[in-house]
Design a protein around this ligand. Structure first.
Ligand code: NAD
Ligand code: IPM
Ligand code: MN
Length: 343
């Protein structure tokens, strides 16, 4: 039976993960879930972010379900880098998979887009780029202060995520991959991405390709999100574009993601795209659908396709039944999702 490590984390993380676990238990009875106490509370209590012993234990699981990390009482980066990015990097989760669908019943903000018309997936590179942590600062707190952040791009790292995007596109109906970068300005990394993309594209004559600069892609995601099938892009561009994609398909409360190590050498990690939402934490009003859809991605990755389909169907039923403008309660959404999942 699948062994899942659960890192609920901070803010609304535990609230949405509680509902995601109920749905997981409903569709996969007997799943072994082990909770790990990581995040702001542990840091305040012990000064620890992610001890090596815990990292080693997490490595022994089939997958990780994560809520959110980050808290206003902890200096920026301590948890985001020390916990979330450390997991993505240590477990070589180079495919950060972020699907966006406009579900029937969801009132997106765009008048010209009908449900079913948006069904895209961003394959965001997960282990390199500006997230690598290269750079530094000089003359701190003086008028001469200088800070640099360097984007790390390796042929190996870029090519493998592009390969994954083409493989995914080949299994989809429209079979199209859009490379998003900024080759007109970032001429070093942009050239590497473009050449790797062209080389992989040449091996996939059945997959249509296009290239867009990231600023144009940000615009087209808002004006014509229907045009995208698979989008492959670097770590930071993907971070930003997937919040936009979430916003145009009903909001960040519905956006799921998988941080995937396709080879299975390490556990993959599944988490909502959203963060700890300190502004609504503790109120019981966070939408758990993003976390629940992340469970569907987890189940797919572990080969439980039927259970994943049931989770997606439960979400579809929940979203179809929503009344715009009516506030939701996290636990009540969980009740309905569980009821749909076992029906
Ligand atoms: P956020 O995603 O936490 O919140 C942005 C806005 O979206 C807020 O108004 C919030 O209330 C709303 N929102 C988010 N999730 C929601 C949900 N499920 N239902 C309803 N509304 C929801 O982003 P932020 O405010 O920029 O960041 C807050 C903290 O979370 C920071 O510490 C940040 O570093 C961290 N963060 C963590 C992750 C992660 O763990 N993967 C992702 C993003 C941000
Ligand atoms: C996300 C988040 C993270 C990221 C942060 C919290 C490190 O914004 O998962 O999208 O930038 O990847
Ligand atoms: Mn983000």
């Amino acid at each position: 039976m699948a062994r899942i490590a659960v890192v609920a984390g901070d803010g609304i993380g535990p609230e949405v993960v509680a509902q995601a676990r109920r749905v997981l238990d409903a569709v996969l009875p007997g799943v072994q879930a082990t909770e790990y106490d990581l995040g702001a509370a542990r840091w305040h209590r012990t000064g620890e972010v992610l001890p090596d012993s815990v990292l080693a234990e997490l490595a022994g699981h089939d997958a990780i379900l994560l809520g959110a990390v980050g808290d206003p009482t902890v200096p920026p980066g301590v948890l985001e880098r020390g916990l979330l990015l450390k997991l993505r990097f240590a477990f070589d989760q180079y495919v950060n998979l972020r699907p966006s669908r406009l579900w029937p019943g969801v009132a997106g903000p765009l008048g010209n887009v009908k449900p079913g018309e948006v069904d895209l997936v961003v394959v965001r590179e997960g282990t390199e780029g500006l997230y690598a942590g290269a750079g530094g600062s000089l003359h701190r707190d003086t008028p001469a202060e200088v800070a640099t952040e360097e984007s790390l791009n390796t042929r190996h790292g870029v090519e493998r995520v592009i390969r994954d995007a083409f493989a995914r596109a080949g299994r989809r109906e429209r079979r199209k991959v859009t490379l998003v970068h900024k080759t007109n300005v970032l001429t070093h990394a942009g050239s590497l991405w473009a050449r790797a993309f062209d080389a992989v594209a040449a091996e996939h004559p059945d997959v249509a390709t296009e290239y867009q600069h990231v600023d144009a892609a940000a615009m087209f995601l808002v004006t014509q999100p229907q045009r995208y099938d698979v989008v492959v892009t670097d770590n930071l561009f993907g971070d930003i574009l997937t919040d936009i994609a979430a916003a145009v398909t009903g909001g960040i409360g519905l956006a799921a993601s998988g941080c995937i190590n396709p080879e299975g050498a390490y556990p993959s990690m599944f988490e909502p795209v959203h963060g700890s939402a300190p502004d609504i934490a503790g109120q019981g009003v966070a939408d758990p659908v993003a976390a629940v859809l992340s469970v569907a991605l987890l189940l797919e990755q572990l080969g439980h396709a039927e259970a994943a389909t049931r989770v997606n169907a439960a979400v579809a039923a929940e979203l179809a039944g929503r009344t715009p403008g009516v506030a939701l309660r996290t636990a009540e959404v969980g009740d309905r999702l569980v009821a749909h999942a076992v029906a």
